[in-house]
Design a protein around this ligand. Structure first.
Ligand SMILES: O=C1O[C@H](COP(=O)(O)O)[C@@H](O)[C@H](O)[C@H]1O
Length: 333
């Protein structure tokens, strides 16, 4: 069974985040339709986009005929029967991190109240740095860390103290700074092979679903995590699901493995798309101009039949993109 003990040291923490109010000058919110475009949109009442300059420039890139929008507070939002996809663009990665912390803390509190646990799945990579505001005031008091259960959407099959370990990254940047019970942190068993670690992690998830720690999707039967925090590589990969790789089509397993990852290290485990897409909430977090091309490809055009992995993210619940200006810069062109 997967390890739920924290190394390199026991977790102890308390955390908090500041959540200064975001002005419209800082945050630009607009929406895109669900990637499941076969599902018709609910008729809505109006188009309203607060971030006019950015939205205007987006017009040339996104097929507006596919937008059905309504006003909701200060944002325009697309709603479909199956899912919502919302895109938020921030002036800076700092602003993105502030908003991501609030979004995460709010969901944590909601689920802790509703079902007495909060199941959150992290990626590795740059996402972890963007979670840094969660370990700053004021969230130390507003979040009940004892309800958190932490998982990884993908992990490199290396020892937990290896610099490539996604667990270590999260431990150093986040977990070591908040009081999540050690037993609620579900790292892979790094003593096993890639295949063994994937099977073991899947067994762990099944156990937690059975014990009702993790919800289960009524529709798909796959585990339904409360929040999945996804990063995206410059090639459009999410988790360890890479463009053109057969693992993107895996429909039965919950957790799979790869031994020839195009991005080192080669051996990894990864949640599959059915698990990712059974989530109640998915946050796709992308920062930096280096990813602008793939953001443009992902949001601006779905006519290519060879979908990027990031375009296959279509959760049962809500999908929210968190972009900084750099990542969104090609949407302006
Ligand atoms: O290898 C990985 O890459 C992706 C993207 O990483 P980033 O540093 O470009 O944001 C990450 O989401 C994934 O968890 C990781 O294993």
């Amino acid at each position: 069974m997967c390890s739920s003990s924290a190394t390199p040291a026991d977790l102890h923490v308390h955390m908090a985040t500041s959540s200064p109010a975001l002005s419209l000058g800082t945050l630009q919110v607009f929406s895109i339709p669900s990637f499941n475009r076969s599902v018709p949109c609910i008729p809505l009442t109006s188009y309203t986009f607060p971030a006019k300059p950015l939205f205007s420039s987006l017009k040339s890139n996104i097929n507006l005929r596919k937008f059905k929008c309504r006003t909701k507070a200060s944002m325009a939002e697309t709603v479909t029967p199956k899912s919502k996809a919302k895109v938020q663009v921030f002036d800076s990665e700092e602003d993105l991190a502030v908003s991501l912390a609030k979004y995460t803390a709010d969901l944590a509190n909601k689920f802790a109240q509703e079902r007495d646990s909060f199941t959150v799945v992290s990626s590795g990579g740059s996402l972890v740095k963007s979670l840094r505001k969660l370990v700053e005031p004021p969230y130390v008091d507003s979040v009940d860390w004892s309800k958190w259960h932490v998982f990884w959407v993908d992990e490199r099959v290396v020892p937990k103290d290896h610099p490539d370990s996604n667990y270590l990254l999260a431990y150093d940047g986040f977990l070591s700074k908040v009081p999540i019970p050690t037993g609620n942190v579900y790292a892979i068993n790094d003593a096993l092979s890639a295949e063994g670690a994937a099977d073991d992690y899947e067994t762990c998830l099944k156990h937690l679903v059975k014990n009702k720690i993790i919800d289960q999707s009524e529709g798909s039967g796959f585990p339904k995590f409360d929040l999945m925090l996804l990063g995206m590589g410059p090639d459009g990969h999410v988790a360890s699901l890479f463009p053109g790789h057969p693992l993107c089509q895996e429909n039965e397993k919950w957790v799979t493995f790869i031994k020839n990852s195009p991005k080192p290290p080669p051996e990894r485990i990864s949640f599959t798309f059915p698990v990712i897409n059974s989530s109640a909430h998915v946050a796709l977090v992308v920062a930096g101009a280096g990813k602008a091309d793939v953001v443009h490809a992902a949001l601006g055009d779905d006519s290519n039949s060879d979908k990027l992995p990031v375009q296959m993210v279509s959760p049962e619940g809500e999908l929210t993109w968190f972009l900084d200006k750099g990542a969104a810069s090609k949407l302006h062109a």
